[in-house]
Design a protein around this ligand. Sequence first.
Ligand SMILES: [Zn+2]
Length: 155
Amino acid sequence: MSNIQKKIKKRLRGFFQDPNKCWLWDGSKAGNGYGVLSFYKRQYYSHRASYRLFFGPIPNGMCVLHSCDNPACWNPNHLSLGTQKENVHDMIRKNRSKQGGAKGMRNSKCKFSDDTVKKIRIDFENGLTSRDLRAAYGISAAQLYRITRYQARIL
Ligand SMILES: [Zn+2]
């Protein structure tokens, strides 16, 4: 374990909570709901930092998935590795079961195809900014917010 990891672990220790519950990140959060840990002028996602501490390095291109529905959770018992694709599917599946299905294309107000919505979400997950996405898809900020947070168009 590197020196910096030891330091992060030391800092995190004070926050450890019930191993069976979600550990909700108390600090700042990214727009996507993930906890953000600032450390020596660098920022880390709290769930990814947690995974590295408890399980080791995250292979290139892999995501840390939540078995719970909380992007702000950093309980290592709720974290596992997966691809970007699995991550998106995982979120979609959970949202669908949580909300009991959604109307998607059947909604007459719907302007975007399911494929477009999927693409928007993937681009967003890959770090495209809100401004880029609005320009690329001609989408409003409010719509973008709902789509990227899975509040609209559950596929
Ligand atoms: Zn959790």
